[in-house]
Unconditional design. Structure first.
Length: 88
């Protein structure tokens, strides 16, 4: 049976965020939901879906892919959000 085609968009602010990273990223599964991490922390798996954003790739867990319509800032780790908002 062929794999189901999954279409995942990327919110405009996240295109900028992803493009500015120094490595590819992966959306992994956590107990709090999907989280966007560098591939050095969460390595891609052969079953991941790939979303190309500029020169970067975002690997999306096969578990998360059917539930994600768009990559958005809710997927950022809290520490990244604090840095973006200037929190201390």
């Amino acid at each position: 049976m062929p794999a189901k085609q999954v279409i995942i968009g990327v919110e405009p602010d996240m295109v900028e965020y992803i493009s500015a990273r120094s490595s590819d990223l992966r959306i992994a599964t956590t107990c709090e939901g999907p989280i966007l991490l560098p591939v050095r922390i969460s390595q891609p798996k052969p079953t991941d879906h790939v979303v190309v954003v500029g020169e970067r790739k975002v690997y999306v867990s096969a578990v998360q892919a059917p539930h994600i319509r768009s990559i958005n800032s809710r997927m950022l780790p809290r520490c990244a959000l604090q840095s973006r908002e200037g929190c201390r």
